[in-house]
Design a protein around this ligand. Structure first.
Ligand code: UT7
Length: 324
């Protein structure tokens, strides 16, 4: 067995900003309400000519540059997304072609906001077992295309963007890298966060809304419970102590959810990475973007112990303990 190390990290945010003041023109809300209840001041969203593969490609390029690898070095490419450019083909194939990778395996992984951590677990298995040397994983979403801008309960949250890791093999079992991963699901909660139209049950054009529908209050409670229990599970699994964690990096869904998770774990707020204020919730992209942001601003250093944790519609949830 080999060690899976995070060799490169990158991200990309669309340039267009959607501010709370602009949202005030769309629904009955206020900047003050949104900031107090979500911590969000503005979000990044796609231009009309941009889609998920554009963000995924740019984030992948940044992670490859950080890893000092060429696209032809990559052995497998996974894009975690719930908002592909097309239902067919996978975004991963578009990214494979644009990067100029070899004819490697490339597939999308759909596990909503826990998609990136699910992709990390898949990459870890391929690398640890020796099947692949370098796996490129991307979390990319364009939620703005599936957001109902007449629904004040959802349009305040959602955003677009992408982040990526290059996960590489190390022969040194003691090397820094992925220490443990876990993923879970409970499909009985599916109707609390879903898109009713546009799939095989009610295709486009058949009247169903292809926009996100959410029971925010219910999802909020579930999110705090499952993210807290995932952190506890990973600590127990690895025998590590809470105070050994340098950075807690939760899915960026709502600042109050992030705060409640830290509080329930009795974890110091100053060691929690939050990027939601000026980015919003861009689903499978939030965790790699938060990691990349905290690396670039000097908070995360090589060797730091990271606790990554996410949840999303499904319900799905998961986490990873990683020595960066
Ligand atoms: O990636 C994961 C996906 N989603 C999530 O993690 C979302 C989890 N949930 C949330 O973030 C929060 O539940 C929301 C931000 C969506 C809503 O915040 P809340 O504090 O849970 O509000 P609430 O739904 O309990 O509603 C409280 C009140 C209601 O009015 P009444 O019934 O008390 O008169 C809502 O109608 O706030 C009202 N409200 C708003 N008021 C102004 C709901 N949305 C808004 C709004 N502006 N945008």
């Amino acid at each position: 067995m080999y060690k899976a190390v995070i060799r490169g990290v990158g991200s990309y945010l669309p340039e267009t900003r959607l501010t709370n003041v602009e949202i005030e023109q769309m629904v009955a809300t206020s900047d003050e309400w949104i900031q107090t209840r979500t911590g969000i001041a503005e979000r990044r969203i796609a231009r009309p000519d941009e889609a998920t593969s554009d963000f995924a490609y740019l984030a992948a390029q940044a992670a490859l540059a950080d890893a000092k690898l060429h696209p032809t070095d990559i052995d497998l490419l996974i894009v975690a997304t719930e908002t592909p450019d097309y239902l067919l083909p996978p975004v991963a194939c578009q990214v494979q072609a644009r990067l100029g990778c070899r004819n490697i395996g490339a597939f999308d992984l759909h596990a909503t906001c826990a998609g990136f951590l699910s992709a990390l677990q898949v990459a870890e298995q391929f690398v640890k077992s020796g099947v692949h040397e370098h796996v490129l994983i991307v979390g990319a979403d364009t939620l703005s295309r599936f957001t109902d801008y007449t629904d004040r309960g959802t349009c305040i949250l959602f955003a677009d963007g992408a982040g990526a890791f290059v996960v590489s093999r190390s022969d040194d079992r003691a090397a820094r890298g992925v220490i443990a991963t876990t993923i879970h699901s409970d499909g009985t909660y599916f109707h609390n966060l879903y898109i009713p139209g546009g799939g095989s049950r009610t295709p486009y054009g058949d009247g169903a809304k292809a926009k996100i529908v959410m029971d925010g209050r219910k999802i909020f409670k579930l999110a705090v419970n499952v993210m807290s229990s995932t952190v506890e599970e990973l600590l127990q699994k690895t025998g590590r102590q809470r105070d050994e964690i340098d950075w807690l990096i939760p899915h960026q869904a709502n600042q109050r959810i992030i705060d409640a998770v830290a509080e329930s774990l009795d974890f110091p707020q100053e060691k929690v990475v939050s990027t939601i204020q000026n980015i919003g919730n861009n689903s499978s992209a939030t965790i790699p973007i938060a990691v990349d942001t905290a690396i670039r601003d000097g908070r995360i250093q090589r060797g730091d112990l990271l606790m990554l944790v996410a949840f999303g519609g499904g319900l799905v949830w998961g986490g990873a303990m990683v020595e960066y």
